[in-house]
Design a protein. Sequence first.
Length: 582
Amino acid sequence: MYIAVVPNRSSPPAVLLRESFRENGKVHNRTLANISHWPPERVAALREVLKGATMTSVGSAADSFQIVRSLPHGHVAAVLGALRQLKLDAILGSESSRAHKLVVAMIAARILDPASKLATARALHPDTLTSSLSANLGLEGVSEDELYRAMDWLLERQSAIEAALAKTHLVEGGLVLYDLTSTYLEGRHCALARLGHSRDEKSGKLQIVFGLLTNAAGCPVAVEVWEGNTADPKTVPEQVKKLRERFGLRRLVLVGDRGMITSARIREDFSEGSGIQWITALRANSIQKLAADGALQLSLFDTVDLAEITHPDYPGERLVVCFNPILAEERARKREDLLQATEKELEKVAVATRRAKRSLRGKHSIGLRVGRVLGRFKMGKHYQIHIDENGFRYQRKADSIEREKRLDGIYVIRTNVPTASMPTQDVVRSYKQLSGVEGAFRSLKTVDLHVRPIHHRLADRVRAHVFLCMLAYYVEWHMREKLAPLLFDDHDKAAAQARRESIVKPAKRSAAAERKALTKQTAQGEPVHSFQSLLADLATLTINRVQPANQVVPAFDKLAVPTPLQQRVFALLGIKVSVPIA
């Protein structure tokens, strides 16, 4: 074989790969391939090889190749593969646009290495790459401003994206879970930033509130952001409107916590004939009223742990009273701890009123200090306080503590779903599924995606940031479902449900999950991982840029050999890992 360069009139010459052969005593030539489109260095390399040169013809075998760059790739391949399997790239729209690629990059980066937009831009720049993400998406050089513009592009499409997710994951007449949380911002110039009830124990920080809608399994479909001082019940009407008008659901059961679906919201937003039913719970003061009225008989729980009752204050509703003895013990322990902590701090205030120098004096000053202590531990209802100009006295309200103690471990679920549609146990089970949304908040805020603290100043950028994190959690949620056999997550939920003695009692893990937790190994002998440690393991699968010592031969990319664990991950995800095409 040889390379022939054939003149082509006014056009560039044709570069052909030919071979000579003998037939019937005559020498013939035939063209095997037209390689005119090859770059000159590749043509030159092939010519050298045909002359007998090899890539290892210079020096020893160890010196014949040089790895000029190595990039983590396995975790990128897993996340992008999962994202594409979910068709999320298509749901985002405008797949050919650069903004689309940047949004996909930010979603993946939030799972792989959550960081600021500046750090993300640097990780995608050719000079400061930290993974193969930009090569997989065909991005060359990304600026922080481009990412911000891509966030604006994403926010414009939020309604359409959420509608597509709802169409995939919500069903007519099914359960929709809704819960709310807050998180804090750095800075003071965002229009959404307000002081309010902090669920992050950052009471001095300005914050935002955001609510998440999921299906019954906890798969997220929509998120919405409000000002940081927005009361929980005020967020419900917008969610009802979204479910009915934007998602087109005529019938559904909305499950929400006691702080959101209140009696006022039920009257105004869940009118008869609206098609929306609900499941929520009563607050502690309402439960105490039931007990005072005699509707809640504690003797009910001598033989059973749940029962349905009725009460005139809740016409047409089902009240499911549950008693959890483990919860009762925990509440009793916690109350006593809080009482002792309160008294310890109150004693410090009392000492301050008795000291010889600079003693604390005046009803107003003493009252402020005492109020701060009671507000911190939320135990003021259990104390009788007497304040005068020179000091104060306190004592426990034994009757108040005893009254609360009698209701330890008791909670009441209320719903308007008919018994024919949902048995009592399923009502309790549906309410307890809110724990899936709480798990989503843990992942969003702390464990994996780090939505907080928020540094954006523009309100729409804050909304886009939270929505971006929700989409990242959407991908992670599905990855966790498939990778559960390798994670500490329970991968045999049916067996776990079968082990549960009662829907009121705490859930039990399956025997397989308990074995994983005890041995730190799967049934196949693989190490059990957290989601983050599994991604870190996948990142050790690298793409290596290899330069042969024979400089005529061009550099090429070579994927490292996946470990058995990595092969198992890709098999569970249903992904084929390969070198991205430049």
